[in-house]
Design a protein around this ligand. Structure first.
Ligand SMILES: Cc1cc2nc3c(=O)[nH]c(=O)nc-3n(C[C@H](O)[C@H](O)[C@H](O)COP(=O)(O)OP(=O)(O)OC[C@H]3O[C@@H](n4cnc5c(N)ncnc54)[C@H](O)[C@@H]3O)c2cc1C
Length: 385
């Protein structure tokens, strides 16, 4: 297969490039403007995986990806490395008060119909399973019994890069600013340093910064950078069996070894491109901590050990990834806008993108086609964290 140019060296770009080279023998160049990857969402992710979505496509992508993650050591082994990503599967736990119980039941029915291994628990059952949880105000909890948990996302990202390199993928540092085109074909990529990189297929995988590249091809990709803060908490409290808990208040928490990670919806207007070093510690003190302590009384005693922020690559149209051929172009594709669930979907999406670019069918990502933007057919994901 002739040269494929992937713009963006985050986990989506790296996975797509790796599968193109590994499975289809493609010659691939990944163009990344910041090889430190310091601001890439893939470097700042919570790297958790769930099947408790509201859209079947997301359940399917996560199930496929979970199977891949379980055998990542074999899938992405190189001559001198067998990658380990520390996958654990304690599940996700969605909690509902009486006000939210009906919608939790409805989405549960949908998930069961799709084969998701999830159970509804009463407050009494929750209290038995998680004695550290305050359940008095709750009506229901939805617990993933298998196939949900978390892993070392940067290790997965590294493994895709290493395997890709072993299969011949070239990684180059350059800032992509536009395209050369002829008719309905893209023929080259223009870079800020004046270089031009020719290819036969082009993939926009530039995460939160994909919109200007879409615009260069006349397409509005409604994707922008929304900052999300993560707080790392030290506490004497033990939370045995703690899943990733989604509280009715909108806050979430999970353990990471002996630490607790927590976050919540941003305060204020959720502006694009808010500076990453501007962590909202006031939000933690005034909102998050009281809510955490209300749900887990033992978290009354804690210390904020550190915090970080990263950008969700938010797709304002419907909070789902855009993956597939770009409308109106014969050889231009995108995989962007995964709105905070891209790390977990990168194996299934990268594998499917590679198939599509190689001219094969890619049923796993059909529903994520960017054509839905032009058709005005949003694929609304209700369970965005
Ligand atoms: C705090 C936080 C928590 C998260 N938690 C989870 C989670 O629990 N589970 C989950 O599945 N996902 C989670 N995510 C989301 C997940 O990390 C992202 O969906 C995923 O990493 C997106 O990967 P990407 O490759 O599309 O984007 P990125 O990793 O951002 O990569 C895009 C790359 O493109 C490069 N680029 C941009 N423009 C150009 C250009 N013009 N030229 C060259 N290069 C360019 C950038 O430098 C960047 O390196 C979280 C994200 C954050 C920030």
């Amino acid at each position: 297969m002739s040269e494929v140019i992937v713009i963006g060296g985050g986990v989506m770009g790296a996975a797509t490039a790796c599968f193109l080279a590994r499975d289809h023998g493609a010659a691939v160049t990944v163009v990344e403007r910041d090889t430190s990857l310091a601001r890439a969402s893939s470097s700042l992710s919570l790297s958790s995986i769930r099947q408790q979505f509201s859209q079947p496509v997301n359940m399917t992508l996560s199930r496929w990806s979970m199977a891949f993650l379980r055998r990542v050591g074999e899938e992405l082994a190189t001559a001198d490395d067998r990658p380990a990503i520390g996958l654990v599967e304690p599940g996700y736990l969605y909690l509902a008060t009486p006000a939210g119980a009906a919608s939790l039941r409805a989405v549960h029915a949908l998930q069961r119909a799709e084969g998701v291994d999830v159970a509804l628990l009463s407050p009494a059952e929750l209290a038995v399973r998680f004695p550290w949880l305050a359940v008095d105000d709750l009506a229901l909890g939805s617990l993933g019994l298998s196939g949900e948990g978390w892993f070392d996302g940067p290790a997965l990202h590294r493994a895709f890069r290493r395997k890709g390199k072993e299969c011949g993928v070239r990684f180059v540092e350059a800032d992509a600013i536009g395209f050369e085109t002829r008719g309905d074909r893209v023929t080259g990529l223009r870079c800020a340093d004046g270089a031009r990189i020719d290819g036969h297929a082009f993939v926009i995988a530039a995460g939160a910064w994909s919109a200007p590249l879409g615009a260069a091809l006349g397409l509005g990709l409604p994707v922008s950078a929304k900052k999300r803060d993560v707080f790392v908490l030290q506490t004497p409290a033990a939370l045995p069996g703690c899943p990733l808990v989604i509280d009715p208040s909108g806050i979430w928490f999970r353990t990471e070894g002996s630490l607790v990670l927590a976050g919540g919806p941003p305060r204020g207007d959720d502006a694009d491109d808010a500076p990453l070093d501007d962590i909202d510690h006031g939000m933690f003190d005034e909102q998050l901590w009281p809510m955490l302590a209300a749900r887990v009384p033992a978290l009354e005693a804690l210390r904020v050990r550190s915090a970080w922020a990263g950008y969700y690559e938010m797709n304002a149209f419907d909070h789902n990834g855009l993956a597939g051929r770009l409308p109106g172009w014969a050889n231009a594709f995108t995989a962007c806008g995964f709105s905070g669930h891209g790390m977990q979907q990168s194996p299934a999406v990268g594998w499917s993108m590679a198939r599509l670019i190689a001219g094969l069918d890619a049923p796993l990502i059909e529903a994520l086609t960017p054509q839905r933007l032009l058709d005005g057919r949003p694929l609304i994901e209700a369970n965005v964290i």
